[in-house]
Design a protein around this ligand. Structure first.
Ligand SMILES: [Zn+2]
Length: 190
């Protein structure tokens, strides 16, 4: 974070549009007149990113490290409901996204153009049941690979992570408290 409170923009993300100093993620949906709506996900782009192994933030090709934002209950199922990110894009998102950074106690109750970034807002909640509920803890899950499946709960494309594909699980700090230490599944992770 800079002194202005706005996360610095990575070189990789400089091609992305900004709203109020925040990068608009590649998977963010747009209104009919083309304006991005933070907190909403374009389902076609989300599916494309999953299948083509593109980063959901910058829209560019992922290589050998896939970072997923997963709630505890996603982790229990080893199913990530959203596309992965580059490690550096995930770090930016964790810094910039008010939801993941713990700056929101509750999910917004309206789906309107609120100013929060795009991760973990719509795809994991297709029925809109999360509105007004307490925010859940998130984890940054590093994986070496994944398989695209149809999530049996949401019937949407999702990433299945096999145990030997998960490299590291790092809880994302919430409410300004330090995150617990990372769980290292593979001590050789760089
Ligand atoms: Zn990226």
């Amino acid at each position: 974070m800079t002194q202005s409170g706005v996360a610095p923009i990575l070189v990789r993300l400089r091609h992305r549009p900004l709203i109020a100093g925040l990068v608009v993620p590649w998977i963010t949906a747009r209104t009919l007149d083309g304006r991005p709506r933070f907190g909403t996900v374009d389902a076609d782009r989300a599916a494309k990113a999953l299948h083509r192994r593109w980063c959901q933030i910058c829209g560019q090709q992922l290589e050998d490290r896939f970072v997923f934002a997963m709630r505890d209950r996603d982790l229990d199922r080893s199913i990530a409901p959203e596309a992965a990110m580059h490690p550096e894009c995930s770090r930016y998102s964790i810094t910039a996204c008010p939801m993941l950074a713990g700056r929101m106690d509750h999910y917004r109750t309206s789906g309107q153009a609120e100013l929060f970034a795009g991760i973990g807002t719509i795809l994991g909640d297709p029925a809109g049941q999360r509105g007004g509920q307490a925010a859940e803890p998130w984890n940054a899950v590093w994986a070496r690979d994944y398989t695209v499946i149809t999530d049996p709960t949401t019937h949407l494309p999702a990433a299945l992570l096999l145990p030997d594909q998960i490299l590291r699980v790092r809880p994302i700090a919430v409410h300004g408290t330090p995150a617990p230490p990372a769980t290292r599944h593979n001590p050789t992770i760089r």
